[in-house]
Design a protein around this ligand. Structure first.
Ligand SMILES: NC(=O)c1ccc[n+]([C@@H]2O[C@H](COP(=O)([O-])OP(=O)(O)OC[C@H]3O[C@@H](n4cnc5c(N)ncnc54)[C@H](O)[C@@H]3O)[C@@H](O)[C@H]2O)c1
Length: 358
């Protein structure tokens, strides 16, 4: 299958590394307006760079006739404009999260994807981290009994520098709760198997970026927050985000509690811990196992091997050999919860999803 890549920055390079180990995948075209990024991508392709067509924008790539599927890894605020010519050309698309920076643009993507002959897949890598996948499967298999509570903690490093510093401003990213946390709202929907009905987020930019200036402007992105999400089926979920905690042993710690047991997963350690209820003062029966990730997949990116597994599934869907597991609608719903959290943090109030049309 012939692949094009739009946006050859950090995440684009991770896609190239994973396409290199995806059977039957050949990269035939790249598009990026930044010469340095294109040079980086050609370097990453190594001996596969010869003969790869290079374009300044998505429209030229869409018209080149050299690609079957396109990976979109340009900045969030460019997704809609980048997607338009790709949809017009009827291409298969894997689009990085968040689908868009606004609910309006994400709805537009859903409508265009529904009318397109091609496969459309929202890139939500966290679903495909093997320890996260094992956790999701265990909850769905009933290992905690009836799920009642889900908490996700991400304690990590600050936002990295990006090409043109686009990620310093909410107008380009959708805000941290959309940009970064859409992953976790997507996980919540997937695990809880219901839709969000209300969101409360307390968050601000308290530690990072305060002394940074871009064209005289200070960044406006949340660097820490607590978000509570109520789901229609009564399950409550919580996200605890800190972006000044890179010293933490594990970046992600996820816990599900049901009426029969608690299940936890830790990433990157891969530890999965099951703690069944045994009764007050009875001996505990905690079980631990470690979920291993293929070292080749681990080395092909910085998302715990997930991008590799995502690519195998996307490739299968394009060949008609598997379902689209993360639809445009999934991408929209994750953006919508993030947008609700942004409003909530700004206005210090609970936001009902119905206010946003959901
Ligand atoms: N799934 C994940 O965990 C994950 C991680 C990182 C980034 N991302 C997503 O990937 C996307 C890219 O992020 P990044 O970290 O690689 O950023 P980056 O700044 O490193 O790279 C973005 C590239 O896009 C190029 N670009 C800008 N406007 C463009 C346009 N109109 N058309 C084509 N290319 C354009 C830039 O020149 C740059 O080379 C974003 O949507 C981001 O949210 C996802």
């Amino acid at each position: 299958m012939r692949y094009g890549l739009v946006g050859t920055g950090m995440m684009g390079i991770e896609h190239l590394s994973n396409l290199a180990i995806t059977p039957g995948a050949v990269v035939t075209a790249l598009a990026d307006p930044t010469t340095a990024s294109l040079a980086w991508a050609r370097g990453a392709l190594k001996d596969r760079a010869a003969g790869v067509a290079v374009f300044e924008d998505a429209a030229a790539l869409a018209a080149c006739g050299l690609v079957d599927a396109v990976i979109v890894a340009s900045p969030n605020h460019t997704h809609r404009a980048v997607l338009e010519p790709l949809f017009d050309a009827g291409l298969h698309i894997l689009c990085e999260k968040p689908l868009a920076t606004t609910i309006e643009d994400a709805r537009w993507v859903v409508a265009r994807a529904a009318a397109s002959p091609g496969v459309f897949w929202t890139a939500m890598e966290y679903r495909y981290m093997p320890p996260a996948k094992a956790f999701i499967d265990a909850v769905h298999a009933g290992d905690v009994g009836a799920l009642r509570m889900l908490s996700i903690r991400e304690h990590r490093f600050p936002f990295l520098p990006k090409v043109g510093d686009w990620n310093r401003f909410s107008r380009n990213t959708g805000g941290t709760m959309v940009e970064k946390c859409c992953h976790f709202f997507d996980l919540m929907r997937l695990i809880v198997r219901s839709e969000a009905v209300r969101v409360y987020c307390s968050g601000a930019m308290d530690v990072n970026h305060r002394d940074e200036r871009y064209g005289g402007e200070t960044p406006d992105i949340i660097d820490n927050s607590y978000t509570v999400v109520d789901f229609a089926n009564g399950v409550r979920a919580m996200l605890d985000l800190s972006m000044f905690a890179e010293g933490a042993e594990n970046q992600e710690e996820i816990a599900a509690v049901g009426d029969a047991a608690r299940l936890e997963v830790f990433i990157p350690s891969g530890e999965l811990v099951t703690s069944p209820r045994t009764g007050f003062r009875r001996p505990k029966a905690v079980e631990r196992r470690v979920i291993h990730t293929d070292p080749v997949a681990l080395q092909a990116g910085s998302h715990h091997g997930s991008t590799f597994y995502e690519h195998q599934k996307f490739n299968a869907a394009v060949r008609g050999e598997g379902p689209v597991e993360v639809t445009a609608e999934d991408g929209l719903r994750a953006v919508a919860i993030g947008a609700a959290a942004e409003i909530s943090a700004r206005e210090h109030r609970v936001v009902a999803m119905a206010e946003l049309g959901f």
